[in-house]
Design a protein around this ligand. Structure first.
Ligand code: NDP
Length: 434
């Protein structure tokens, strides 16, 4: 088993893990509690906590119940079966640091369509009411918090005793191995890719399923769905549809091609995505704001435009790489840098860096429309409370940190070529500003 390079210092890992473990589970529960039981008002929750102290906090923490486990297990098993058995074209992932090329089955759109159609049909034919999911949301999040932690222990043990490929290995520190992961492409058997399951089919899929759940809950409560809820749900569904449409492109991004399957990424996808990413919709369930047709359409169009631009940035980069630079970017031959680097096995390879189109505006311009899209699906909640904006704020911090992490990684991978890229495209995210 190859020694993995220590990507983060022990101190950063300990601090990061400690803060994630200490703050994230309570944030998930407090977010849910405030949205569902405290009118979305942080000050109401704070005054409750001031009054009742730690015991009060423990009282609002729901214990995982049998029904919560049942919902999670049925959903996970259904998604795993779709991932394994639905047909899809064979797709090759990017060459890994150890020189492997993972093979995937691209059946994301099929899995997404089957999931949504099945879920809506269960409701329509009176077999299962999605309101049940909303009514047990706290217990479900609580079960996910504990269950995902155990799952990450399984990943750690598997990485030690039965790694799926040579893209694995220990850095010699248990905590770092657990937190940042042991394996880049862990699989069960030859075909069941664990990261595709955790990131795409469990996490991202829940981002399609839960907004629908919130819509249905509001409909069941009020007999109608407010236009704010519709705008929020449509934008999130357009975003998630775009994601599955482009899922094989996602397999080329940092999450899959660079970050190992550890607590950081898997816990995030299994717990944080279902709870925090969908939270603006959770807020709207019992805050049915009426925007009026005109405002609703403006917000919808602005949101769709941002999602499109974000998609087009990713598409442009991937098309450019796929055709080896032999494509048109904004109607012209692309400007590029030919960057060589050395792999872990000592081989010299070349990558092309695009320096025109969206990628000539700034080095991570695609994060701008990503953040704006999140703003547009939140703004139907208007400005009575801060809490619906929690995801937008979190995303902005995440992406600014991610841009820095990616720049650091690329600088050490490409050396002088990355320096040249930074000279040609000086801004990191916001052209002219940062
Ligand atoms: P990218 O898809 O931007 O991938 C970054 C990689 O692309 C770099 O590591 C480098 O890899 C390569 N690269 C960098 N610059 C260039 C260039 N000029 N030309 C060609 N290749 C280049 O990263 P992300 O994974 O961050 O983003 C993917 C999508 O996911 C985006 O749409 C983003 O908005 C979204 N996202 C959403 C998040 C959310 O929580 N909502 C979180 C993170 C991302 P190499 O080693 O191959 O050169």
């Amino acid at each position: 088993m190859g020694e993995s390079k220590m990507v983060h210092s022990p101190l950063v890992t300990y601090a990061s893990m400690l803060s994630l473990l200490t703050f994230c589970p309570p944030i998930v529960i407090l977010l849910w509690y405030t949205m569902v039981h405290a009118d979305g008002s942080i000050s109401q929750t704070l005054s409750y906590l001031r009054q009742h102290g730690l015991q009060g906090f423990l009282n609002i923490w729901p214990m995982p119940t049998a029904i919560a486990w049942k919902i999670i297990v049925c959903y996970a098993a259904f998604e795993a079966a779709l991932q394994l058995f639905l047909p899809g074209k064979r797709v090759e992932g990017p060459i890994s640091p150890a020189g492997n090329r993972p093979i995937y089955k691209a059946n994301g759109v099929a899995a997404y369509s089957v999931t949504l159609i099945t879920y809506l049909s269960l409701w329509w034919f009176g077999i299962f009411n999605p309101s049940v999911v909303y009514d047990h949301l706290g217990e479900i999040f609580s079960a996910l918090i504990f269950g995902s932690f155990v799952f990450c222990i399984f990943l750690y043990i598997k990485g030690h005793v039965a790694p799926s490929s040579t893209d694995s290995g220990s850095c010699g520190n248990l905590i770092i191995d657990f937190y940042w992961g042991m394996e880049l492409y862990p699989r069960i058997g030859k075909n069941f890719d664990i990261k595709v399951f955790t990131n795409c089919r469990f996490g991202m899929m829940s981002w399609g399923v839960l907004p629908l759940t919130y819509c249905i809950k509001q409909y069941e409560e009020n007999g109608r769905v407010a236009d704010s809820m519709l705008v929020n749900t449509i934008l999130m569904l357009v975003y998630v549809t775009k994601f599955f449409w482009w899922e094989d492109g996602y397999w080329n991004t940092m999450d899959i091609a660079h970050d190992r399957a550890g607590f950081y990424i898997c816990w995030g996808c299994l717990v944080w995505v279902p709870s925090v990413y969908t939270s603006p919709g959770m807020y709207l369930v019992n805050h049915p704001v009426n925007l009026g047709v005109q405002l609703a359409i403006y917000i919808l169009v602005a949101g769709i435009l941002c999602i499109y631009i974000n998609y087009d940035c990713d598409r442009q980069r991937q098309e450019f790489r796929r055709t080896n630079g032999k494509c048109l970017v904004w109607g012209k031959a692309p400007s590029k840098i030919q960057a060589s680097y050395t792999t872990a096995t000592g081989e010299t390879k070349t990558s092309l860096l695009l320096t025109s189109g969206w990628w000539g505006l700034s080095r991570h311009f695609h994060y701008v429309p990503e953040i704006l899209a999140a703003f547009f699906w939140t703004v139907p909640a208007l400005f009575n409370h801060f809490l619906p904006y929690f995801y937008v704020v979190f995303l902005t911090i995440l992406l600014f940190d991610r841009a820095k992490r990616d720049d650091d990684r690329c600088r050490s991978k490409y050396g002088k070529y990355w320096k040249l890229y930074c000279e040609k495209v000086p801004y990191r995210i916001v052209p002219g500003i940062y």
